[in-house]
Design a protein around this ligand. Structure first.
Ligand code: HAM
Length: 419
């Protein structure tokens, strides 16, 4: 788990605001879910035999004896909230969210125990057009953020029935080669055999590449859905690779699954992942509602943004007010308030708790403000203020406090930043 320090927060804010604007461009409204849900929700949603549920959840018993879990992802809570508040029955819903998720994974570059996701979920739309919309949304975000070189991988998992058929075929094949399976895969053989395809163990790659393919067992409807999606993406000019081994680590998917992958992030290269989960709402007790969505790992995106030189505006003050004299605090605070009243976007930092003139000027400089206003005893008595430019050579000036806003109106550094 990590702290996000002040020098890093501007680029976080940029990603958050760009994602928020993007979501609104596509008509997605924000939903905020609790960080904690009943453990049972994640077990039923993500699947009992998955890495997340088997070994990565932060689960605890609260004072009432309820089993609770820090959310490892957003989809489960989003579906729970939608069912609970009647948001998805007989209606279309487009939602987005942003926030921390928790998984007790082995930490490494790009993999944390608390990490942030932004995600989107679309309910009530069964067609491949909404799958395409979600993908177009993500592609637009990469452009907006200036992230280069991401590759879109796609697959179709078919309907639950088709997957069950494929599962039998796969188990038969793997059982015939059981001596080549590592311990993890042997354990998964009967509980979650599709996940064997996801194994990163080099010793198993030959066996996996020879395995029967899921695409050969697809039901007609899923095959058509997938073909239609590919056509929509082709027409929209979105490049993709079909990856028949893309099965995803969560059980709720069917039909379309996709991931955006970077080769610049080492082993944790997936920056965004999602797909369709038409059966989940009914599985959780709601009426059947088609559903699809994605989530992206913000830390991974941010490291690409920083590598690509994306610049985010730091919110340094426009004005730093130095109070050089005893008993001037209330006049200084009132002056700063009046400036903030004058323009709501104006950022005024006050040098609170005094100190020598020299140390206050040092702080002014460190704040990256464009100008310092200096309120000394003489100025306070005459209703004046000294203006000193911190980022360019210009003699300091003493002006009347009543004329200050007119004066600032003509200062380039302030006006440029306010506009
Ligand atoms: P996921 O593949 O588990 O899917 O996570 C989505 C993204 O979150 C990953 O591609 C990755 O970028 C990021 N991520 C996951 N674990 C970590 C970690 N430990 N540290 C840093 N980043 C991480 C889901 O969570 C689904 N709920 C996505 C979805 C939404 N499907 C449909 N709707």
């Amino acid at each position: 788990m990590h702290d996000i320090l002040p020098q890093d927060s501007p680029v976080w804010q940029l990603l958050e605001s760009d994602f928020r604007d993007l979501a609104h461009q596509y008509g997605y409204a924000e939903i905020r879910m609790p960080l904690v849900e009943k453990t049972e929700l994640f077990v039923r949603t993500i699947g009992e035999i998955t890495d997340i549920v088997e070994k990565e959840m932060y689960t605890f018993e609260d004072l009432n004896g309820d089993q609770l879990t820090l959310r490892p992802e957003g989809t489960a809570g989003c579906v729970r909230a939608c069912i609970e508040h009647g948001l998805i029955h007989n209606q279309v819903q487009r939602l987005w969210y942003c926030g921390p998720m928790f998984r007790h994974e082995r930490p490494q570059k790009g993999r944390y125990r608390q990490f942030f996701q932004v995600g989107a979920e679309a309910y009530g739309m069964a067609g491949p057009d909404v799958d395409a919309e979600l993908i177009l949304m993500t592609a637009r975000l990469w452009k907006k953020l200036g992230i280069q070189g991401l590759q879109l991988q796609l697959n179709s998992l078919g309907s639950l029935e088709a997957r069950a058929r494929y599962r039998d075929i796969l188990v038969e094949y793997m059982t015939a080669h059981i001596e080549q399976l590592d311990a993890d895969s042997q354990r998964r053989l009967h509980s979650n055999p599709l996940r064997i395809l996801d194994s990163k163990n080099p010793a198993m790659q030959a066996l996996i590449s020879e395995a029967p393919q899921l695409s050969d067992s697809l039901d007609d409807e899923s095959a058509q859905h997938f073909a239609d999606l590919l056509e929509l993406l082709d027409k929209a000019g979105v490049a993709y690779t079909i990856n028949p081994r893309l099965v995803r680590g969560l059980d709720y998917y069917e039909k379309t699954v996709f991931e955006w992958v970077s080769d610049r992030l080492g082993s944790q290269g997936t920056v965004c992942a999602g797909g369709r989960y038409d059966g989940l709402i009914q599985h959780l007790g709601g009426r059947p509602v088609p559903a699809a969505g994605f989530a992206m790992g913000m830390e991974r995106l941010l490291s690409l943004m920083v590598e690509d030189g994306v610049q985010a505006t730091a919110f340094s003050p426009h004005i730093y007010l130095v109070i050089a004299g005893d008993g001037l605090a209330s006049q200084g605070l009132a002056l700063a308030e009046s400036l903030r009243d004058w323009r709501s976007g104006l950022r005024v930092m006050v040098s609170c708790s005094g100190g020598s003139f020299k140390s206050q000027m040092k702080r002014a400089d460190k704040s990256h403000a464009a100008l310092a206003l200096i309120l000394g005893e003489d100025e306070a008595q005459c209703g004046n203020i000294v203006v000193k430019f911190l980022r360019r050579e210009k003699p300091q000036e003493t002006i009347s406090q009543t004329a200050l806003t007119d004066y600032l109106e003509n200062i380039d550094e302030i006006q440029r930043k306010l506009s």
